[in-house]
Design a binder for this molecule. Structure first.
Ligand SMILES: [Fe+2]
Ligand SMILES: [Fe+2]
Length: 165
């Protein structure tokens, strides 16, 4: 049972999209490491690992279905430096929304092609994206609420530090 070629192409691209997401979070973690906000730094680093796991899910799926894997370049993130924690989390939230649209596009195509195994595989990612959007949006809201109050921003940073995995 082969994966339709057009679906396979998007699945392979999504491996690199997930690596790109990981790369973004890696850059954000590095930026936060040089700031007073070590809680945000560790949150971003955990998020980086999670994106690598997402990438590997696509890799494993492609190879387990005995399909060829195509290498490609990982895009360079747009920013290495951010204006504020809010700026970084706004970028993270916007990026998660973009990833949701990427996953939805593959899901639509797999449905169209009646590739039900891929549809089933992708349903985990749709749920995961709800969580990813919720998490990043929550930090945007909290940081917007904190405004310029350093004590409140530090409180949000402590909340981020509580993330276990
Ligand atoms: Fe992801
Ligand atoms: Fe994500």
């Amino acid at each position: 049972m082969r994966i339709p070629e057009n679906v396979l192409k998007l699945l392979n691209e999504q491996f690199y999209n997930e690596l790109y997401a990981a790369h973004i979070y890696f850059a954000m973690a590095a930026w936060f490491k040089r700031s007073p906000y070590q809680g945000f730094a560790s949150w971003m680093q955990l998020q980086y690992k999670e994106e690598m796991e997402h990438a590997m899910k696509f890799y494993d799926y492609i190879t387990e279905r005995d399909e060829p894997f195509a290498t490609a370049a990982v895009k360079k993130p747009e920013k290495d430096v951010f204006e504020s924690p809010l700026d970084a989390f706004k970028a993270a939230y916007a990026h998660e929304q973009l990833v949701t649209s990427q996953i939805t596009k593959i899901y639509d195509l797999a449905n169209e092609e009646k590739d039900w195994v891929t549809v089933d595989f992708l349903s985990w990612f749709l749920k995961e994206q709800c969580e990813e959007e919720h998490n990043t949006r929550s930090f945007v809201r909290a940081l917007e609420f904190a405004g310029d109050d350093k004590n409140l921003i530090f409180g949000v940073n402590h909340w981020a530090a509580k993330r276990a995995e």
